[in-house]
Design a protein around this ligand. Structure first.
Ligand code: 16G
Ligand code: ZN
Length: 547
């Protein structure tokens, strides 16, 4: 009874805006910030219930990532630090759209029964709150707090302005019983980076790889955090630009750089020859680039190439470890290594990875799908071309690596095998196990380039991207488009796929697919072919089929 009146009272302070339909998409709820208070309040309630149900800390992040500064959004992190379980998404949708307090209460009642959420005997549970640098974040955090504390037994802990991956990391860390502060996050990154640098092969005197790096912070939270991290980093000389003086994501950031293939604001021809990287607004995406001479164009090193670099390095370390000193394969453990991409992965990257002998699998767009797939391997590497990705290590391989490295420390300390085991353990700590993380990804890239003694050009030459074009078509109802086979085939409306096939067959190395966006009211078109003109023409002709 007391619970009911608290809920009725608090929810009446957050009426929902009329005429809007909210949907918990691939990246939570997103909308113009002015529309979101009721949604965030309700997601606060959901997070508190999830926390009670799982008896664990849950995360609630307020961000709209690479979208414009006037937008905002909210998403939930599960106990492992990963995305909210998909089975709760329909409840999130229903909750956000409940017309009034009474409908809301009814929904909550039903859901608590259906999910069998038990309140008795629960100790106080905690929801971690984070937000990016958007001005609307402060009032939305307040709405979230009200939502959380309107569930008896739940408290909110405000982590302040953090990157999305930091919040996910904190949730994971806290639930594992380890410290969950920003300081300990930085500590873990720095200690594991140090370890990788300590085991750089002798003889790499870094003739090729300079320690100079320029980073575009997208005028968001990532630049700010990197500035802090940098003060504790002796190895690299990082020049952080777009640290928050300009407008968030406007002509800057990983999304802009990857889609437009142009230098972000604040960069120009003077930067030619220097390794550059770009983060997105909440620092969960990372791309590299170099500025082409005398122009504002770039040579883009996208998520696919970051994936390729990681795959190459990890494959090498695993094979050093599994070969024994006398050349016979070590039978004690055969680690599975898998690579996960989406249909947006450049065809040349997929060919390259397969030619390395790697297992490559595809999932639909959206981190939750890639992450889930990658978790099936001992070492699962996933990346979207847009720069979101990470490397997951299974519990099995981690405990095997611990045992192996201890064993080797006593039998053959400093052998190549011993070093490989230590490197792999360091990677598992450096790279965020909860979600893609631009800051930890950046440090891993830097360590591997140093290890390989590679310049960004050498890295970029691993393979040559096929020219591609992305277009979007505004549609009345994007849900009319239904795809299959990891979004590579359209099953509905019928007939479209045949027409796409006919167009695609006209172009050498042609590949094309369409999919409904998960974040906007558009259908996206992607085309790839042997020349830029061909890719453009294929994309445009398929746009006509959709229109
Ligand atoms: C979201 C997804 C991202 C995906 C993008 C596609 C998460 C955390 N983020 O930003 O992975 O690439 O949506 O957007 O899942 P679209 O559906 O509008 O093309
Ligand atoms: Zn992002």
């Amino acid at each position: 009874e007391q619970q009911r009146s608290i809920l009725l009272d608090s929810s009446s302070r957050f009426p929902i805006p009329s005429g809007v339909k909210f949907s918990y998409g691939t990246s939570g709820f997103r909308a113009d910030a002015s529309l979101l208070e009721s949604t965030v309040f309700r997601v606060g309630i959901l997070a508190a219930l999830r926390s009670i149900h799982t008896r664990s800390v849950i995360g609630l992040m307020i961000t709209a990532s690479h979208n414009e500064v006037s937008d905002n959004g909210v998403k939930v992190a599960d106990p492992s630090g990963g995305m909210l379980t998909q089975s709760w998404e329909p409840f999130a949708d229903a909750l956000a759209n409940a017309p009034d307090s009474h409908a809301l209460l009814k929904l909550l009642d039903d859901f608590v029964k259906e999910e069998n959420i038990i309140f008795e005997g629960v100790p106080t549970v905690e929801v971690f709150l984070g937000r990016d640098t958007r001005p609307s974040g402060t009032s939305l955090v307040e709405a979230a707090k009200q939502g959380i504390t309107s569930i008896m037994g739940a408290i909110a802990t405000d982590m302040g302005v953090v990157t999305t991956p930091q919040l996910h990391w904190m949730v994971r860390s806290k639930n594992k019983g380890t410290e969950a502060s920003e300081y300990s996050y930085f500590d873990q990154l720095l200690v594991s980076l140090r370890c990788l640098l300590d085991y750089i092969p002798q003889g790499n005197k870094s003739n090729d790889v300079s320690d100079k790096l320029i980073v575009d912070g997208a005028d968001g939270v990532g630049g700010e955090k990197l500035e802090k991290l940098k003060t504790r980093l002796s190895y690299l000389k990082i020049d952080v630009r777009n640290r928050g003086d300009g407008v968030l994501n406007e002509g800057v950031g990983a999304d802009y750089v990857q889609k437009e293939k142009l230098v972000p604001r604040g960069f120009g021809p003077v930067d030619t020859g220097i390794r550059c990287a770009s983060l997105d607004g909440d620092a969960d995406r990372l791309v590299y680039f170099s500025v082409l001479p005398n122009s504002n164009k770039i040579d883009l090193v996208d998520g696919d190439k970051i994936l390729s670099l990681f795959a190459l390095f990890l494959k090498e370390q695993l094979s050093i470890l599994s070969g024994s000193e006398d050349g016979k394969a070590n039978k004690s453990y055969q680690a599975s290594l898998g690579v996960v991409q989406t249909a947006y992965a450049n065809g040349a990257s997929t060919d390259y990875l397969k030619q390395l002998g790697l297992e490559v699998v595809f999932t639909p767009t959206g981190v939750k799908y890639l992450h889930e797939k990658a978790a099936e391997y001992d070492v699962g590497i996933y990346f979207e071309a847009n720069g979101h990705g990470t490397v997951l290590f299974s519990e099995n391989i981690l405990s095997w690596l611990e045992i192996k490295s201890n064993e080797l420390a006593s039998t053959s300390k400093d052998s190549e095998q011993h070093k490989a085991a230590l490197r792999l353990l360091a990677v598992s700590k450096l790279i965020n196990q909860a979600v893609g993380d631009a800051l930890s990804g950046l440090l891993l890239v830097e360590a591997i380039l140093k290890h390989m003694d590679w310049s960004i050009d050498k890295w970029s030459e691993l393979y040559q991207d096929l020219p591609s074009r992305q277009l979007k078509v505004k549609v009345v109802d994007r849900t009319a488009v239904i795809t299959a086979n990891a979004e590579t085939i359209v099953v509905r409306p019928t007939g479209i796929q045949d027409a796409i096939d006919v167009e695609t067959a006209k172009y050498p190395q042609g590949r094309c697919f369409i999919r409904p966006s998960g974040t906007e009211d558009v259908v996206r078109v992607y085309a790839e072919a042997s020349t830029q003109e061909a890719a453009d023409s294929l994309a445009h002709s398929v746009v006509k089929l959709v229109d």
